[in-house]
Design a protein around this ligand. Structure first.
Ligand code: DX5
Ligand code: ZN
Length: 223
């Protein structure tokens, strides 16, 4: 079973992104949090920043759009060469049309669910997506505490993935540490976003390896 660790550069040194990328060489993808000060109260960076990161990053980019109107803005990130583009279920008008468009542009398509958003309506849409992101904190800020109350959604997704045999990555984002990653792995996650726990570690590359090994010890086949 595959285990992916995607550090979130929301917790990196914003004045030195290129150097920060060099500290996470053991990661699988780089998680980039796009916030518009509207869908979420915080503001980060946008397409121009991602275009430049795409040029300097040795790792593929995992774009997490916490923005309104992703139907309009998400394709630009696929066009920039992002490996995956994830938009929020609460913000999108036509999730299937947008996912198809992203895929046709060569990106993996992802849908993200806030902690209060039910997963059931999306289970039947799973064939349209390459990944589902279950938010384990309220989106908007790094450094918050993991919400174990979101784990039943992962269990439902994991069962659906097993039932259908689809290759859909199940991602968690928010408050992931070497402690909380255990519950997420047991509930069925295979892709783990971690901001503070990676970038605040003395050796981020080693922390990534530790997180991966910890998760791997607690994952079972989907279901
Ligand atoms: C929160 C972001 C997360 C954030 C995670 O809205 O989507 O990706 O960077 O940060 P930590 O790991 O510190 O909770
Ligand atoms: Zn994120």
């Amino acid at each position: 079973m595959v285990t992916r660790i995607n550090p979130s550069i929301l917790a990196a040194d914003f004045a030195n992104f290129e150097r920060e990328l060099g500290r996470i060489r053991t990661a699988d993808l780089v998680h980039v949090d796009i916030m518009d000060n509207h869908f979420v109260p915080n503001l980060t960076f946008g397409l121009a920043m991602v275009q430049r990161l795409q040029q300097v990053s040795p790792l593929p980019l995992d774009i997490h759009l916490m923005i309104d109107d992703p139907d309009r803005w998400a394709p630009g990130y696929a066009e920039a060469g992002a490996y995956s583009v994830t938009f929020h279920a609460e913000a999108v008008a036509d999730p299937v049309a947008l996912a198809r468009r992203l895929r046709s542009m060569g990106a993996r398509a992802g849908i993200a669910l806030k902690p209060g958003t039910a997963v059931e309506p999306y289970l039947e849409l799973l064939p349209e997506f390459d990944q589902v992101l279950v938010m384990t904190v309220e989106p908007g800020f790094g450094g918050q505490s993991f919400m174990a109350s979101t784990m039943p959604k992962l269990e439902a997704l994991s069962a659906a993935v097993r039932r259908t045999g689809l290759d859909v990555w199940l991602q968690v984002d928010g408050g992931i540490t070497e402690q909380t990653i255990v519950a997420a792995a047991e509930a069925g996650a295979d892709t783990f976003v971690a901001g503070s726990s990676v970038f605040n570690a003395a050796d981020p590359a080693e922390q990534i390896t530790l997180l991966r090994a910890t998760a791997r010890g607690h994952q079972h086949a989907h279901g």
